[in-house]
Design a protein around this ligand. Structure first.
Ligand code: ADP
Ligand code: LRH
Length: 490
């Protein structure tokens, strides 16, 4: 058949990018047309997203894709859980909060007391991250914005609404709200009602692969497009899109979607809703084609990028990412390991509370040698991530009762060779690293299929990625007893 060419908008919490993607009989190809930094904006003690700035960058990127060739579709994915509220005129009510905003502190326990943790898990299958949409909405009860809200739109749906005027909630991302009933495939309106969350603001659900709608005339004009280019619903949760493009050959793989967050787990046909899974706080997010992502959030390279931000603010020399990684590779192995998922690492670094000092404090608290230099702290972060990956890959396999033969690492973090090697060592499994832009690839693949490319299932999509992208293989080395390292943390 003929080639399909699309724009994939992939928004990460630390950077956004717009790629052109092309699917043809010979393979899939993506090219970065626009990239921009992203991050929460602090106002007083609150953290917001600059969503209008993001909208402008999205338009800039799509315009670049359109300028450089034919355009058959546009798809948007982003980080999960965050949302904007629209009033009855369809206008945005205030800036969307970042999930790192502290207003949700304590809300998970409060909601668990109100509806019952076991019942909430049985319905949604979602881990209790403090920032899930359900807790953000519980925190917003009684606010003027929530009282005036007519519609809630998750961020990719909000950006899609500004392009098309169409209102809806794409299902993979809806599942991360913890207000989505995994059993019925509908909103968990009864739980929302019991919590005093106005469930009427939750919009109709749409499937990945369905059409969001054609561009609004003024948007098409602004983008220099004449044709009726559709916005296509992709797996709008970035992790859903990333896992689509994991170049797995067998079903016996674990993945680490490694970016700001590290999402560590398995792809399954069915959710695991056992009491053991609930107590381990594993999540069952909805994937493309009805799959389940059974996984755990690990704090991820956020801890390193926030440390870097803090060092460069204080004008440290020699804190460039690549050289730090290289030097960390030569530093004492596993000298300091900490619980990288400590909630104190969640909030953005600030002058009053810098990330490197929090890491040093956690080490001191755990009786581990306290790292001081940027290199020692970088090594501590990398070792701590590796041991957390070991723990979560093993826990996922046990809870789901499936064998794991290989760990695929995708996303920006797949370029961190030291972390990939230590992940192989810690897990005792081969690591296959790449592609870097898996989320954008997954976005392109789901659009491609919706627009007629011959990609009947995930296996066909993954075969296409394997044909088009090299992965780097890391074999496990067995010089260190990682069970002992693990026992220092867990
Ligand atoms: P997100 O989509 O959440 O914004 P990315 O997938 O872009 O995140 O991954 C960002 C992370 O990737 C950075 O924090 C950094 O640690 C890592 N990274 C980016 N480029 C490189 C590189 N050249 N070498 C090693 N690590 C890198
Ligand atoms: C990764 C991600 C992750 C969510 C978090 C909010 O970007 O979407 O899957 O838990 O952001």
């Amino acid at each position: 058949g003929t080639a399909v060419r699309v724009a994939a908008v992939d928004l990460g919490a630390t950077s956004g990018r717009v790629m052109s993607g092309r699917i043809s009989a010979s393979g899939i190809e993506i090219n970065q047309m626009h990239r921009f930094p992203n991050g929460a904006v602090r106002v007083g003690s609150s953290y917001f997203w600059d969503v209008l700035g993001i909208h402008r960058e999205v338009l800039t990127g799509i315009r670049e894709v359109a300028r450089s060739g034919p355009l058959h579709g546009i798809g948007i994915d982003s980080w999960a859980v965050d949302y904007g509220l629209l009033d009855r005129d369809g206008q945005l009510l205030g800036n969307p909060f970042s999930h790192r905003d502290p207003r949700t502190d304590g809300l998970a326990a409060k909601v668990a007391a109100e509806v019952g943790a076991a019942e909430l898990y049985a319905c949604t299958g979602i881990q209790q991250l403090p920032f899930n949409t359900i807790y953000q909405l519980a925190a917003a009860r009684g606010t003027a914005a929530l009282e005036a809200a007519e519609t809630l739109l998750l961020l990719p749906d909000l950006l899609g609404y500004w392009l098309t005027g169409s209102i809806g909630a794409e299902r993979t991302n809806a599942s991360t709200t913890q207000l989505y009933d995994a059993r019925s495939g509908e909103w968990a309106t009864e739980i929302a009602r019991r919590l005093g969350i106005p469930w009427g603001i939750l919009p109709p659900l749409r499937d990945p692969g369905s059409m969001v709608g054609p561009l609004l005339p003024h948007v098409a004009q602004e983008l220099g497009l004449t044709a009726d280019v559709p916005v296509v619903a992709v797996g709008s949760h970035d992790t859903a899109s990333a896992v689509v493009a994991v170049p797995a050959e067998t079903g016996r793989f674990a993945y680490i979607s490694s970016g700001t967050w590290s999402l560590v787990g398995l792809e399954l046909d069915q959710p695991v809703l056992t009491e053991a899974a609930r107590l381990a706080d594993f999540t069952n997010e909805l994937g493309v084609d009805g799959t389940t992502r059974f996984l755990k959030n690990v704090m991820g390279l956020w801890v390193l990028s926030e440390s870097l931000r803090s060092w460069s603010d204080r004008r440290f020399r020699d804190v460039e990412l690549r050289s730090l990684i290289t030097q960390a590779g030569e530093f004492d192995p596993q000298r300091t390991v900490i619980d990288i998922n400590d909630p104190r690492l969640l909030v953005p670094s600030s002058a009053a509370d810098p990330m490197p000092e929090r890491i040093a404090a956690l080490a001191a608290e755990a009786g581990e040698p306290v790292p001081h230099s940027p290199v020692a702290i970088t090594r501590c972060i990398i070792d701590s991530l590796a041991v957390a990956y070991r723990r979560q890959v093993r826990t996922a396999a046990e809870l789901a009762d499936v064998p794991v033969e290989v760990v695929h690492v995708v996303g920006g973090g797949s370029q961190n060779e030291i972390l990939c090697q230590l992940t192989a060592d810690a897990c005792g499994l081969p690591v296959l690293a790449g592609p870097v832009e898996a989320a954008a690839l997954g976005n392109v693949l789901v659009q491609g299929r919706a627009l007629g490319a011959d990609l009947p299932d995930l296996a066909a999509m993954r075969a296409l990625v394997r044909r088009s992208y090299e992965v780097r293989r890391y074999e496990p080395r067995d010089s260190v007893d990682w069970a002992v390292v693990e026992s220092r943390v867990f």
